[in-house]
Design a protein around this ligand. Structure first.
Ligand code: NAP
Ligand code: G3H
Length: 487
C-alpha cells in the first residue's frame, strides 16, 4: 500500500491529482536519519513548473470538493483516522528514524493525530451559520434578513515543521478539508517522508483526486515561490519566527495562521508545591530534548525557594532517560535533529558559562546528543535568558518579586505560553492577567493540548488561533445572503 510512495532507489514521489509522481528535473534531496546517519530516502526538489501544476490542480479540485456534503467529507476523515491507527507501528517507526523521536512518543503522536482528525470531523459537522434580522439595526425593518453560512477559502498551503511531522501536518490538513478547502502540503524536508506517508493515508481514506497534494523541496529554495503563489488562498505555517516573519513580509492579501517560536517561562512563587512544580518543569522542558515550541525554556523563581527548587530539579533531571531511540523504546532526551541545531545549543551554553552562570547538571555533548542541562544564576545579560535553544538546556533566573518575574517574562520577544506555579489563586490570576502570551498554565507545564483548546502565540510567537474549532474558523469565512422582502 505504501510502495507507491517511492521507487526501488528509495526516491520518494509527490501526491499530485491522485497519482504519485516522480521528479521532472531529477533533482532530489537526500534524507538521513539523525540517529545513525543512514540514508532513509530522497525527495524531489520540485521545480516552479511542478509547483504551478500542483497549485492549479488544487484550485480545480476544490470547486468540486466544497460541493460534497459535510457528512461525506467527515466520513473520509473518520476513515483516515482509522487507517492511521492501523498503520501506527510502521508510521511511528518511520518518524523515529526520520526525526529521532523515541517510539513511545512517535506512537503517541500518531494516536493523538487520529483523535484530532476524528474530533475535527465531529466539529465540522457542527459548524452552523446564523440568520440576523435587519430590524435590530436603527432605521431598518423586519423585511430584511441576512442568512450567514461559512464558506471555505480555496487552496490552503500547509507548511509543517520537523518536530511533529504527522500531527502538525494533519492539524492543518483536517480542518482545511472538513470545511471544503483543498490542500497543498509542504512538509519540513527533515520530516517529509513522514508527511508523504500521512498524505498517502488521506488518499487511501478517499480524499478525491487533487484535493490533497504535496510539494517537497527546501524551504530556502522553493519557499518564497509557494508562499507568494497566485493560487494560494490561505497559508497555515508552523515553524521558526525567522521564516514566519519572512512569509508575512512577502505575502500580500493572503490570510495567515502562524504558530512560531517560543521562550515559555515557568514562574515559581514562594508558596508553590515544589515537588509537583519540579516534576512538571522537568517533563515540560526536556521531553523530545526540548524540541517543542511549548517546552519550558526558562524558569523564573523567587529567590527564597530557588535553592530547594534547583535541588529537586537536579534530582529529577538525573532520572531522565537519555539515549538513542534505536536502542530504547522510551526516552526523554534523544540526539538533536541536526549538527547545526546541536552547535547552536552548545553556543548558548558556552555563552552562559563565560558570563558566569552556574552549571547545575549536564553540559556534555556526544555527537548531537546533549545531556539534559540546567544552569542556575542565569542573568538577563546571557543569551540563554532570551534565545530559544530548541534543545535540552534550561536556565534558572532568580528574582526578588512577582513584579520582577512579570517584567522579565514580558521582556521576551516571544509570547506563546507561560506557567505560574502557586497555591494562591489570586496571585495566579494576577500574574496570568499581566503576561503577554497566548495561554497561561496554572500549576502545569506549558503544552499545546488538549487539541480543541485555542492555541496561539502573540508578539513573535505567531498570529491567528489554532485549535480544532478555531482552525476551522480560520480556514473559512462568513458568506452572507440577504433576503429582501418587498411588502
Ligand atoms: P523552520 O526551519 O522555520 O521550518 C518550518 C517549515 O518552513 C519547514 O517546512 C521548512 O521547510 C519551511 N521553510 C523554510 N524556509 C521557508 C521559506 N522561506 N518559505 C516557506 N517555508 C519555509 O522550523 P523548524 O526547524 O522545522 O521548527 C523549529 C521552529 O518551529 C522552532 O522555532 C519552534 O519553536 C517552531 N515551532 C513552533 C510551533 C508552534 O506551534 N508555535 C510548533 C512547532 C515548531 P524546510 O524544512 O525545507 O526548510
Ligand atoms: O512544537 C510545538 C507543538 O505545537 C507543541 O505541542 O505542547 O503538544 O508538545 P506539544
Amino acid at each position: 500500500m505504501f510502495g507507491v510512495l517511492k521507487d526501488s532507489d528509495k526516491r520518494f514521489k509527490n501526491l499530485l491529482n491522485g497519482d504519485w509522481v516522480g521528479s521532472e528535473s531529477n533533482q532530489f534531496i537526500d534524507i538521513y536519519s539523525p540517529l545513525d546517519q543512514s540514508l532513509l530516502g530522497s525527495v524531489p526538489a520540485m521545480t516552479k513548473n511542478e509547483v504551478d501544476i500542483t497549485m492549479a490542480t488544487a484550485k480545480r479540485a476544490q470547486k468540486q470538493w466544497k460541493l460534497k456534503t459535510v457528512n461525506e467529507r467527515a466520513d473520509i476523515l473518520y476513515k483516515a483516522a482509522d487507517l492511521l491507527l492501523e498503520h501506527i507501528q510502521e508510521l511511528a517507526h518511520l518518524m523515529m528514524l526520520e526525526i529521532g523521536k523515541d517510539m513511545k512518543s512517535s506512537r503517541s503522536e500518531v494516536s493523538r493525530t487520529a483523535d484530532f482528525i476524528r474530533f475535527t470531523a465531529d466539529s465540522g459537522k457542527n459548524v452552523s451559520g446564523e440568520s440576523i434580522p435587519g430590524d435590530s439595526f436603527p432605521g431598518f425593518k423586519n423585511n430584511k434578513v441576512s442568512v450567514v453560512k461559512r464558506e471555505p477559502l480555496g487552496v490552503v498551503l500547509a507548511i509543517s515543521p520537523f518536530n511533529y511531522p504527522v500531527n502538525l501536518a494533519a492539524s492543518k490538513i483536517a480542518p482545511a478539508l472538513i470545511i471544503g478547502n483543498s490542500v497543498v502540503l509542504k512538509p519540513a524536508t527533515q520530516g517529509s517522508l513522514s508527511g508523504l506517508y500521512l498524505a498517502r493515508i488521506f488518499q487511501l481514506a478517499g480524499v478525491p483526486l487533487g484535493v490533497l497534494n504535496t510539494v517537497t523541496g527546501k524551504g530556502s529554495e522553493i519557499g518564497d515561490y509557494i508562499t507568494t503563489h497566485k493560487d494560494v488562498d490561505f497559508i497555515n505555517f508552523t515553524g521558526s519566527t525567522e521564516v514566519g516573519r519572512r512569509i508575512s513580509k512577502l505575502t500580500s492579501m493572503v490570510p495567515l495562521l502562524m504558530e512560531l517560536g517560543g521562550k515559555d517561562a515557568a514562574i515559581v512563587l514562594e508558596d508553590a508545591d515544589l515537588e509537583m512544580t519540579a516534576s512538571q518543569i522537568v517533563a515540560g522542558a526536556f521531553s523530545y530534548s526540548g524540541q517543542r515550541c511549548t517546552a519550558v525554556k526558562r524558569i523564573i523563581v523567587m529567590e527564597s525557594v530557588a535553592d530547594e527548587l534547583v535541588q529537586r530539579l537536579e534530582e529529577k533531571i538525573g532520572q531522565l532517560k537519555v539515549g538513542n531511540p534505536l536502542e530504547h523504546e522510551s526516552l526523554d532526551v534523544v540526539p538533536l535533529i541536526s549538527t547545526k541545531a546541536a552547535d547552536f545549543v552548545s553556543e548558548l551554553m558556552e555563552d552562559a558559562v563565560e558570563k558566569g552562570a552556574e552549571l547545575v547538571t549536564g553540559g556534555h555533548r556526544t555527537g548531537n546528543l546533549i545531556e539534559p542541562t540546567l544552569f542556575d544564576y542565569v542573568t538577563t545579560h546571557m543569551r540563554l535568558a532570551w534565545e530559544e535553544p530548541f534543545g535540552p538546556v534550561v536556565p534558572v533566573i532568580r528574582v526578588k518579586s512577582k513584579e520582577e518575574a512579570i517584567e522579565i517574562a514580558n521582556e521576551s520577544e516571544y509570547g506563546l505560553q507561560s506557567s505560574v506555579f502557586t497555591q494562591n489563586i489570586e496571585d495566579a490570576f494576577y500574574i496570568a492577567d499581566q503576561l503577554e502570551v497566548g495561554t497561561v498554565q496554572v500549576n502545569n507545564k506549558t503544552e499545546r493540548g488538549p487539541d480543541h483548546f485555542p492555541f496561539l502565540g502573540v508578539k513573535s510567537s505567531g498570529m491567528g488561533t489554532q485549535g480544532i474549532r478555531y482552525s476551522i474558523e480560520s480556514m473559512s469565512r462568513p458568506k452572507a445572503t440577504i433576503i429582501n422582502l418587498h411588502r
